[in-house]
Ligand binder design. Structure first.
Ligand SMILES: Cc1cc2nc3c(=O)[nH]c(=O)nc-3n(C[C@H](O)[C@H](O)[C@H](O)COP(=O)(O)OP(=O)(O)OC[C@H]3O[C@@H](n4cnc5c(N)ncnc54)[C@H](O)[C@@H]3O)c2cc1C
Length: 446
């Protein structure tokens, strides 16, 4: 028996555990994680996303302090309350890790950046961003692990197989080895990597779920100097474009000044991502251009659609494809020879020069080409023939589970939080969701 079981040691689960243990040391808390403990983690293959720290462990550590970015908690919690919590979490991150740099565009700059964006047919979204950096994030996760060592029973390398319930109330969990742990309260924080598992549990438990859109696109890499005048002020410059041809929303996402492009493995699919270190620089900046694909009935499997597009790229490129923008616009594939002539030197070694137009739907490719032209007007050089495009970048969001404002589900005592609940999409909101659920548990009578 335990008082509380937490499933998943990503930021959501860890911050829930920390809040619970810190508020009531008498609580018997068990945290179950399917991956390795922090000291045994590896950043290769699917290991990159699982283990103590979750998907966040090798992330860039960009904390976007905004109620509009990185999740949908603002749909359940008043903005002012959420902002206070975001600031509290930001302060906690900097308590455990070197503070990193805080980028906040001054209002004069924001005004001129907004005006420039408008002239280019873009919308500029000012945000406050703290960049912790991958290596510092690992320091933080180690400290948190150490702090919770004698307060929380952490069980690593063990999957939770089932969430148990009876008469509308949660009863505990069954582990992969058949062990049953009883508890009146379960906080499920399985992340994006656990979204299929969470969906199957939701079905068994009779929880109402709604599909989230899937975001598809490419990762763009170019010389850092091209974006320097923007990234030096805002670090992560967020722009939105409504495409002329399809009226689709295209957005920049996860900008990594002086960073590197990396491979992300999601099950049997290989996709791209990016990150940057706090103390190590490459000569390039990378960012994603993503288009949200929102489907209407009868189609209800956006994750399956995104997976199919990514699989197509994997089939053609035996992994991730890289293409020079000039080749894409000239209707030809990039070859090893053409890539060698590229003045932007790729930071990702394991990408196959190829042709993205064979795998990205026309609609999405058109949206991206239009957005690149718009960005070129505020950062000349973006639309250069030597800009590199990597595909596919895809962001799957778990089905959104119906939750109340305490992040409680329709089963009494079961809270579902973080990216796995489809309610968050980033470190800071995932961490906030852990604190919200923990406080709800502490205030509830189970
Ligand atoms: C390469 C990369 C870069 C990123 N960069 C940033 C960034 O700069 N800024 C930002 O805000 N966000 C970033 N993100 C996103 C961020 O990492 C996630 O939003 C965040 O980690 C979500 O936290 P979570 O706790 O909900 O889930 P996760 O971090 O995914 O953790 C879930 C954990 O649950 C475990 N689990 C799942 N199912 C089970 C089960 N049945 N039993 C036991 N354990 C289970 C998993 O193994 C995993 O460890 C990045 C993500 C990636 C992959």
């Amino acid at each position: 028996m335990a008082d509380i079981i937490i499933i998943g040691a990503g930021p959501a689960g860890i911050f829930a555990a920390r809040e619970l243990a810190g508020s009531d040391p008498s609580l018997e808390i068990v945290l179950v994680e399917q991956g390795n403990d922090i000291h045994a983690r590896s950043r290769t293959g699917k290991e990159m996303l699982i283990g103590w720290g979750g998907a966040g462990a090798y992330s860039d550590g960009k904390l976007t302090i905004s109620t509009d970015v990185g999740g949908q908690l603002s749909s359940l919690i008043p903005d002012e309350e959420l902002l206070r919590l975001l600031e509290h979490v930001d302060e906690l991150y900097t308590r455990y890790a070197p503070a990193g740099d805080l980028f906040s565009v001054e209002s004069d700059d924001a005004e001129s950046m907004t005006a420039q964006a408008r002239l280019a047919g873009l919308v500029y979204v000012p945000t406050k961003v703290r960049h912790i950096g991958t290596e510092n994030l690992l320091v933080m996760l180690e400290k948190l692990r150490h702090e919770l060592d004698d307060k929380v029973r952490v069980v690593c390398n063990m999957q939770v197989r089932e969430i148990l319930h009876e008469g509308g109330k949660v009863k505990g969990v069954e582990l992969g080895d058949g062990t049953v742990i009883g508890a009146p309260c379960v906080i499920a924080a399985p992340g994006r990597v656990g979204s299929a598992w969470m969906s199957s549990q939701a079905k068994k438990l009779g929880l109402e779920t709604h599909p989230n859109p899937v975001d598809l696109g490419v990762r763009v890499e170019l010389p850092a100097a091209v974006m320097e005048h923007l990234t030096s002020k805002a670090y992560e410059t967020k722009y939105i474009h409504y495409s002329r041809t399809f009226d689709d929303k295209v957005r920049t996402f996860c900008m990594n000044p002086y960073g590197e492009v990396v491979i992300e493995t999601l099950g049997d699919i290989v996709t791209v991502n990016g990150h940057s270190w706090a103390n190590k620089r490459t000569e390039n900046t990378n960012f994603a251009l993503l288009v949200s694909a929102n489907f209407t009935e009868p189609f209800d499997d956006p994750i399956g659609y995104g997976e199919s597009v990514a699989r197509l790229a994997n089939m053609l490129g035996k992994g991730v494809i890289v293409q020079r923008l000039g080749d894409l616009l000239s209707g030809r594939r990039t070859t090893h020879g053409r890539l060698q002539k590229c003045t932007t030197r790729s930071t990702l070694r394991h990408a196959t020069p190829g042709d993205l137009s064979y795998c990205l739907p026309y609609r999405i490719l058109t949206d991206i080409v239009e957005m690149l032209a718009g960005l070129d007007r505020i950062a000349p050089g973006v639309n250069s023939a030597h800009t590199l495009l990597y595909g596919i970048e895809v962001k799957f969001y778990s089905n959104r589970i119906r939750l109340d404002r305490h992040l409680g589900s329709q089963i009494e005592g079961l809270y579902v939080i973080g990216d796995g609940a489809g309610i968050t999409r980033g470190l800071i909101q995932a961490s906030c969701s852990g604190i919200i659920a923990a406080r709800s548990v502490l205030n509830a009578e189970h």
